[in-house]
Ligand binder design. Sequence first.
Ligand code: ADP
Ligand code: MG
Length: 226
Amino acid sequence: MIRLDHVSRIFNVGGEQVHALDRVTLTVKEGEYLSIMGPSGSGKSTLLNILGLLDRPDHGTYHIDDQNTTRLGDDRQAAIRRHQIGFIFQFFHLIPRLSAADNVALPLMLAGVPPRQRRERVSHALARFGLTDRARHRPDQLSGGQRQRVAIARAVIMNPAIILADEPTGNLDRASGEEIIQVIESLGKAGLTVLIVTHDPQIGKRARRSIRLVDGRIVSDQEQHA
Ligand code: ADP
Ligand code: MG
């Protein structure tokens, strides 16, 4: 369902070209759970941003479900992103002055879902991730693990097919990190396609399939047993 073909992303930094991604070819099937590992600066976030349609390749093509996204305009890309892709970030990216419930409701508002249906779906999502009694709290009134659960609820509220998580435990203590990984694994078990960037080998090992990036290239792609 996801196919990258010879994707390159080149940044110009002070007159020098940085090949953040260098002819990356990758196919991910529906329902796969894949970890992406590699040293800092190897292109992991660039790869995830391109997969999440937050950024465009300079060369190569990116297909989702046989649709060549590379050819689509920004509006069509944004529509696919909103409906098919959920993003989870290291630093949560919640809106500080909105409550947990309103953060989770945001994608529904942008999609024009009417208020009553919105409230139902939000309260269901908050319950699913154990946040019912935190609905009215702002992000600064929540623990790191709770913030990330709010971000996960927001990521899945539109029922996306694909979850992209960029170091989702990078800003959490070990216990909260473990809890968040279990939540993300549960999304995989529910049938979503999950790609998780991590520098934690323990977390990387738990994925059925793991790829490793070095200098913008995939240097290994392995099936593994959890
Ligand atoms: P990782 O997530 O693996 O740490 P990144 O994908 O963030 O790596 O970065 C890969 C390379 O591309 C690095 O050398 C980084 O400095 C460079 N890079 C990433 N984003 C930009 C940008 N917006 N402008 C310039 N260089 C960038
Ligand atoms: Mg990164």
